[in-house]
Design a protein around this ligand. Sequence first.
Ligand SMILES: [Zn+2]
Ligand SMILES: [Zn+2]
Length: 271
Amino acid sequence: MKYRQNLHTHTTFCDGKDTPEELVEAAIAKGFDSIGFSGHSYMFYAPEHSMSIAGTEQYRAEISRLKSKYAGVIDIYLGLEFDLYSQVSLEGYDYIIGSVHYLRFGNEYVGFDRDAETVKNIIRRYFGGDGMAFAREYYHTLAQLPSYGKFDIVGHFDLITKHIEHERLFDTGSKEYLGYAIEAIDSISKKISFYEVNTGAIARGYRTSPYPSAPLLKELKARNLKLILSSDCHSRDKLDCEFDSALELLREIGLREIYVMTKKGFDGLLL
Ligand SMILES: [Zn+2]
Ligand SMILES: [Zn+2]
């Protein structure tokens, strides 16, 4: 099967390279039947990494214009990638991806979706050099996601492993690590049914496999949780980056189904 949708895309309204219309055109050229936009919610603690408040309104208007313009050609969905500490309304979107990119220390918001040196500095400065304590703090924060709003999809579940192939910041094979991740799954999945398989870090050259890791995908499978596929697209040439290899990985793990958003809600496709 071909997966012909991407619900996790960024545009010039936040940190993406292309306009929404350029992405729509790229999606059509790739034979997609639908595309969703998930601009970064306004973050008062990191305005340079998010849509502005006025920009969010323009974004919504532009996606709405494109929905009409391309009706009958490709289905377009208006989404948002909400960062846990964003204080914006979640009303009026077709779907919301809930993500954690920042950890909070008092009034300080520390972004860890950064280069390896920055992450190592965060571990030194805030966790006394203990990478596992960083992992624990991340999963404890992520576990609280449902208390911040109503979300459809959990974004890049194990984002803290972005550099793990090159930097052994903590042991992802250890019982301790998996325990923190599983606690987060069990807490989140009471409220949020969908997790994304996210190839974004492959697209940007950090990793060779998608989020979440294979052991975590097995935990999601064991709990019958549902998956969608995205590339966390920041540039139109990466719209379906490594989709085929990700689907292959899911088949190898024994997953049988993957979901897409339709106008009637999420629909399962056989892998
Ligand atoms: Zn994200
Ligand atoms: Zn994103």
